[in-house]
Write a protein that binds this ligand. Sequence first.
Ligand code: ADP
Ligand code: ADP
Length: 233
Amino acid sequence: SKMINLKNVSRIFRTGDIETSALSNVSFTIKQGEFIAIMGPSGCGKSTLLSILGMLDSPSSGTYEFEDADISRHSEKELASIRKASLGFIFQNFNLINELNVSENVELPLQYLKISKKERALRLDKILKRVAIDHRAYHMPHQLSGGQQQRVAIARALIINPKLILADEPTGNLDSKNGEEVMLLLKELNKSGTTVIMVTHSEKEGNFADRVLRMMDGQLIWDRSNDLNTPLV
Ligand code: ADP
Ligand code: ADP
């Protein structure tokens, strides 16, 4: 079923007298359960697109429907509540809180949800095992390798059982071995049903996705399923 429907989305940034068209007339739909890679050169609008999909930024024009609701009309409060209940974010720089240990970092998103203490502990235990970081539950972020930190960040994204994972160059700060582990983890999550949208520079990582969206100068220039030889647009 359809999860995301973007219609003619544009995003213009105004800085003094300068206008930058970061996205122009981007349209596509994403079905529940897809694994999408967004690719293209630096500055082409990938992060802007991911921010809009993650409801952290809004289109200047065009519409964004998430699960059939036109969220362009939602208030910031309504958007925040969708984000907290349904979206998981993964970043290039992990974005862990340095003063909190692994378990505390991973549990953080649960404070916004009504969940019993018992359920909280069960979920934490299960999720730390799932990303193979349970042996580091009380370590601080600086005591972990980069790959371990990203697994903690993935656990934090997963603890709410998100409908959609948004990953912005999740392997950008990892060596190839740790990067591949993160990609395999994302692939496994997707196979178990979570929709994944990932920005990447790597063609190899693009191959982990079911479908690649290529951008250039703020426009979608290519939308192709990885098992088809012909472009869809
Ligand atoms: P990418 O992620 O593909 O590198 P971005 O989405 O970050 O591209 O940026 C697309 C364009 O929009 C760039 O020209 C960038 O300079 C501009 N841009 C992005 N964010 C802002 C902002 N907050 N203010 C002004 N211009 C911005
Ligand atoms: P990797 O080989 O996966 O990149 P590292 O070489 O960074 O990992 O670390 C190897 C092991 O040592 C990891 O299990 C990590 O938890 C542990 N470790 C790394 N740095 C520290 C530290 N400053 N304090 C405690 N343990 C650490």
